[in-house]
Design a protein around this ligand. Structure first.
Ligand code: UDP
Length: 311
């Protein structure tokens, strides 16, 4: 049995990761300050003997002895991180620093949840890990993009300078049950609007693209990377290579919910990436990973989750 720390463990992705690690027979310590995580995401885990909750901020240094660390602590939705840019930047950088110090002292293996946002508004399409990106360092998304880029820098410097065993994954858009109902992500927004008979909010002309990966697939890739050979540090892209416009997503959600809602168009936002699609050859070759859940099947699960939440 391994002792594993998951920071941001009460978040959307973090809580699914805790489920997986517990199911694999590990002892899990979930650290969260509930800034963007929710108690309801982990309520079913609280009674389990191998699960422990630490209500704590990752930016404040602490000591802990564990075998592995998954660092997911950071607001990830544009609405939230743009409302709290300084907190977001601090969480990304100071959180990474504190956890890398623990890894250095204890010899724990450490995983960083990085992001497709490190590519910014990409000029190269699709995005491979070798692409350095196109990020506006002073724009409204910079707190998240540059924070995550800085965290990657710290991971690789601790690896080179202190031989810390690192695993860096660049996670593209992920969706599924337990997404926040209030953080303004496109999948949750459109589903909730469709279910409530409200107009679906499309930002810009809706021709911008994303590639949506179902949460179980993303979590499976995270686990595979953590358990891969020591020489595989990443960065490694994980996401569904199926590219989809926001308009196509909206019409699929209307189909699957049977909603009669209309679309309403909102002004485009600054630095919103126009196209995003991962190249996942590295994940395929090194982790034997490919996403297995189709957008339709994943959306059916997600719609069922939000239907229940609305009852
Ligand atoms: N978006 C939209 N309607 C919404 C929320 C978002 O059209 O109600 C757009 C947003 O402008 C962006 C895309 O959907 O182009 C994905 O947004 P999200 O916040 O889900 O993720 P991210 O921008 O971080 O990929």
């Amino acid at each position: 049995m391994k002792k594993i720390l998951v920071t941001g463990g009460a978040g959307f992705l973090g809580s699914h990761l805790c489920d997986k690690l517990l199911a694999e027979g590990n002892q899990v310590i979930c650290l969260d300050n509930f800034f963007s995580g929710h108690k309801r995401n982990i309520a079913h885990l609280i009674p389990l003997p191998n699960f422990e909750l630490l209500v704590q901020d990752a930016t404040i240094p602490f000591q802990l002895s564990v075998d592995e660390i998954y660092n997911l602590a950071c607001p990830a939705s544009p609405r939230l991180y743009q409302s709290f840019p300084i907190e977001t930047f601090k969480t990304s950088i100071l959180g990474a620093l504190n956890l890398l110090e623990i890894a250095k002292k204890t010899g724990a293996k450490i995983f960083q949840a990085s992001t497709s946002e490190v590519y910014g508004d990409p000029q190269l399409h699709p995005q491979a890990e070798s692409y350095f990106g196109n990020v506006n360092p002073i724009g409204p998304r910079a707190c998240y993009d540059e924070g995550k880029r800085g965290a990657e820098t710290l991971f690789f410097d601790y690896h080179r300078q202190h031989q810390v065993d690192i695993k860096v994954m660049r996670i593209f858009n992920t969706y599924g049950p337990r997404m926040s109902a209030t953080d303004g992500r496109v999948v949750s927004n459109l589903i909730l609007q469709a279910l409530q008979g409200e107009a679906l909010t499309v930002v810009g002309d809706g021709n911008q693209t994303r590639s949506f990966c179902y949460v179980d697939d993303t979590v499976d890739a995270m686990w595979r990377l953590m358990n891969s050979s020591k020489t595989l540090t990443g960065p490694i892209n994980v996401g569904n290579p199926l590219e989809c416009t926001i308009l196509d997503l909206a019409s699929l959600i209307l189909d699957l919910t049977g909603s009669k809602s209309q679309l309403t168009f909102l002004p485009a936002t600054a630095d919103d990436p126009i196209r995003r699609q991962p190249l996942v050859d590295l994940a395929k070759n090194e982790l034997s990973w490919t996403p297995s859940v189709s957008l339709k099947d994943g959306l059916i699960q997600t719609i069922a989750y939000f239907e229940k939440l609305l009852k």
